[in-house]
Write a protein of this length. Structure first.
Length: 50
């Protein structure tokens, strides 16, 4: 069986860009204020990356 590399079309690239990441899907299950409270409680002293 021969594997053929497929280039994504511009529309497919745009479709992929609008899908949520697994991390964002997991974070959507936690209320923001709870996440920020836990972030402060378990802070490593470093600034969070945004």
């Amino acid at each position: 069986m021969e594997l053929v590399s497929k280039q994504l079309t511009q529309k497919e690239n745009l479709d992929v860009a609008h899908h949520n990441t697994i991390l964002s899907q997991l974070l959507s299950l936690i209320p923001r204020h709870d996440f920020e409270r836990l972030e402060r409680k378990h802070s490593s002293g470093r600034q969070p990356r945004i």
